[in-house]
Design a protein around this ligand. Structure first.
Ligand SMILES: Cc1cc2nc3c(=O)[nH]c(=O)nc-3n(C[C@H](O)[C@H](O)[C@H](O)COP(=O)(O)OP(=O)(O)OC[C@H]3O[C@@H](n4cnc5c(N)ncnc54)[C@H](O)[C@@H]3O)c2cc1C
Length: 332
């Protein structure tokens, strides 16, 4: 069957992968419809508003190892949307034995992580608060239906950038895709952020921990252009988060506050607390890392961080690899 050229693509998800792909396709003259269930762009590049500012509750920082990622950010997000973060960081290989953690250069969005996704989204005008229910094949086109059972549109190709569990649900009528998603899974992360009235007297800004509860703690205020006070962000480990996935936020907050106080003996009581449960935070260990997935003669594709290392830069690379593939195949 002679396939029509790809002229209009729907992308589900306006995280870093969806935004990067949308911008890439648009610059090649392809029409893009970018759809997201959330109220704004960014996905797991996420910040929560608090009095006087915001706190980063998802990705804590990102790397720029690939010079093309830097070019992309500078050109489309703008150099003013992100800054280098130079924290005093430690990591533990053994419980209770922190060592300096100085390997990579780290960057953060300003004045919050979503500074980057906000800036990128200016180029592509995503449609927000549209939860896609399913993607179906209609002869040579791909139809998207939302959760109100309204037909959103028909497209030459669809790219899904949601985590694998959600992608599975969206493609439930497509056995080939279901088969291709075998073996992919994400792990949860509970996040708790605490505001203290005084700076904690701790000799670090962030630490990756080997602990039974906490996997990461960081002083949000140590990031550039943050002025919302002495907020600390705590991430529970995947194992602990999975074991406590269905606990109430109150139970989780109490356990994580206690773990933080016992581990660092900081002697202060938080004056404000927020929490967030990421059901699909990071790819489970052992997930195949193919960069992207492509089905139905390249008309239905899947990309996102979980196919490429589980990080912000990996999400951009995943989108880029798909774009390169389509270009090579002369589909766009
Ligand atoms: C707690 C935590 C800490 C992290 N720390 C770091 C870190 O320090 N450094 C780092 O590099 N990375 C970190 N990461 C990972 C990083 O956040 C991700 O790699 C990256 O943001 C993923 O981008 P993405 O575009 O692939 O996916 P996402 O950002 O998840 O985007 C997917 C989008 O799809 C949308 N969507 C899903 N289902 C539907 C639907 N049915 N209809 C419409 N829209 C839908 C979602 O709303 C979302 O916006 C962290 C993640 C978490 C959760």
């Amino acid at each position: 069957m002679q396939l029509t050229p790809i002229r209009h693509v729907a992308i589900i998800g306006s995280g870093i992968a969806g935004l990067s792909l949308a911008i890439g396709l648009q610059t090649m003259g392809i029409k893009v419809s970018l759809l997201d269930k959330s109220r704004g762009p960014g996905g797991r590049l996420s910040s929560k508003r608090v009095p006087g500012g915001s706190v980063d509750i998802g990705a804590q920082y990102f790397t720029i190892r690939n010079p093309r990622f830097q070019q992309f950010l500078d050109q489309y997000a703008g150099t003013e949307s992100y800054r280098k973060w130079t924290p005093v960081l430690f990591y533990e290989q053994e419980p209770g034995l922190p060592q300096p953690f100085q390997v990579a250069e780290r960057y953060v969005g300003v004045p919050r992580m979503t500074g980057v996704s906000r800036a990128l989204s200016q180029h592509v005008e995503p449609t927000y608060q549209l939860r896609v229910d399913r993607v179906e094949q209609m002869q040579q086109q791909w139809q998207i239906t939302d959760d109100q059972q309204n037909m959103v549109g028909c497209y030459d190709a669809v790219v899904i950038t949601a985590p694998p569990e959600q992608t599975r649900e969206l493609t439930r009528t497509l056995p080939v895709v279901q088969q291709g998603l075998t073996g992919f899974a994400m792990e949860p992360t509970w996040t708790v952020a605490l505001l203290f009235s005084q700076p904690l007297s701790l000799a670090f800004d962030g630490m990756s921990l080997k602990d039974s509860v906490l996997g990461w703690v960081a002083r949000d205020a140590s990031k550039p252009e943050r002025d919302s006070g002495e907020w600390w962000v705590l991430h529970a480990t995947s194992t602990w988060s999975a074991a406590h996935q269905d606990d109430s936020p109150e139970q989780v907050i109490a356990a994580m506050i206690q773990a933080f106080a016992e581990r660092f003996n900081h002697g202060q009581t938080a004056v404000e607390v927020i929490s967030h449960r990421w059901l699909y935070a990071r790819p489970a260990r052992g997930c195949p890392q193919s960069g992207f997935l492509s089905f139905h003669q390249d008309r239905l594709a899947v990309c996102g961080d979980w196919l490429n290392g589980g990080r912000v830069e990996g999400a951009w690379e995943s989108a880029n690899q798909l774009l390169e593939h389509w270009r090579k195949e002369q589909l766009v």
